[in-house]
Design a binder for this molecule. Structure first.
Ligand code: SAM
Ligand code: DTB
Ligand code: SF4
Length: 324
């Protein structure tokens, strides 16, 4: 029932979405949009099953990049416990705990522009160790070269997360230290190495609907749809340039998830950062719109996430089970 990786070569997947077509999807009456998204969702997935991944920041803060949303940039003054690369034993301990609470994928993130080869050696040991626990592995370390992606593939890495973040037009308002093309290049190295791609973005950064359309267009029009598409609601962190950004309308957020589901019907659409500020009712609407993955565990990378008891109680209320 759940979409498999082979499905990503299916003939019904489109990579030629125009702005006008995506805009028409967004503009539909809300109920029509949700019905369409939920109907497609049911064709490809068990609608009552959600994939859960847990996150760990393995290297925190002092990042040289200037991403306006991010508390880990050295250029902003967010309050943060800066930590160098975490020892292997601590990573495996955290992964073991995530597995015990029901997570099936462990995603390790580092505040790097790109990893040095000697750092990658250590991260590779982490991937091997987490896999040996019987979990899927995911990394997000910044930009990678072709050679580095091949090494990660050889180590058995399952997923690599690298977000496009927003539309090409709005991108320059948010990041100046890395180009959109740099991101597309890393994504093609990851894909070419045969690692599953986890790629999405952030909404609520002051972008327009046209920018959300531009982001989804870029995501779907890649040579293959990303297997996993995280849609983050901006976490407004004190000390970052976006701390005082106004909140995105919740129904517009749900529309964005629904349009992602329709455009990338075989992908896992992840209701990512920002859940802590969302009501149960809003999250229920997000699952109805076709979101079928979450970050589970009380911390994202540096900010907080809903507590696990609350998430499990919500799943129970909605009749949702954790995907195995
Ligand atoms: N440093 C690496 C990089 O950026 O490529 C990997 C770690 S970075 C923190 C991973 C992703 O987290 C970013 O691409 C961004 O989409 C997301 N993120 C960071 N801060 C966020 C925030 N305040 N709210 C929502 N998402 C955020
Ligand atoms: C993604 O798209 N969202 C996650 C994960 N990929 C690495 C990160 C969210 C970070 C939120 C801010 C923080 O906790 O530092
Ligand atoms: Fe650095 Fe990643 Fe944060 Fe950008 S998002 S500042 S690259 S840690």
């Amino acid at each position: 029932m759940n979409a498999r990786v082979e499905d990503f070569n299916a003939d019904d997947l489109r990579h030629d979405w125009s702005v006008a077509e995506i805009s028409d999807l967004f503009e539909q009456p809300f109920n029509d949009l949700l019905f369409q998204a939920q109907s497609l969702h049911r064709q490809h997935f068990d609608p009552n099953s959600v994939q859960v991944s847990s996150l760990l920041s393995i290297k925190t803060g002092k990042c040289p990049e200037d991403c306006a949303y991010c508390p880990q940039s050295v250029r902003h003054d967010a309050e943060l416990n800066v930590d160098p690369l975490m020892p292997l034993a601590e990573v495996l301990d955290a992964a073991g705990k995530a597995k015990a609470m029901g997570s099936t994928r462990f995603c390790m993130g580092a505040a790097w522009r790109s990893p040095k080869d000697k750092d990658l050696d250590k991260v590779i040991d982490m991937v091997k160790g987490v896999k040996a626990l019987g979990m899927e592995t995911c990394l997000t370390l910044g930009m990678l070269t072709e050679k580095q992606t091949q090494r990660l593939k050889a180590a058995g890495l399952d997923y690599y997360n690298h977000n496009l973040d927003t539309s090409p037009e709005f991108y320059g308002e948010i990041i100046s230290t890395r180009t959109y093309q740099d991101r597309l290049d890393t994504l093609s190295h990851v894909r070419d190495a045969g690692i599953h791609v986890c790629c999405g973005g952030i909404v609520g950064m002051g972008e327009t609907r046209r920018d959300r359309i531009g982001l989804l267009q870029q995501l779907a029009n890649q040579p293959q749809h990303p297997e996993s598409v995280p849609i983050n609601m901006l976490v407004r962190v004190e000390g970052t340039p976006l701390a005082d950004e106004s909140e995105l309308d919740h129904l517009e957020f749900v529309r964005t998830l629904a349009v992602a589901r329709i455009m990338m019907p075989h992908s896992y659409v992840r209701l990512s950062a920002g859940r802590e500020k969302m009501s149960d009712e809003l999250q229920a609407l997000c699952f109805h719109a076709g979101a079928n993955s979450i970050f589970y565990g009380e911390k994202l990378l540096t900010t907080t996430n809903p507590d696990t008891e609350h998430d499990m109680a919500l799943f129970a209320k909605l009749g949702i089970s954790v995907m195995q």
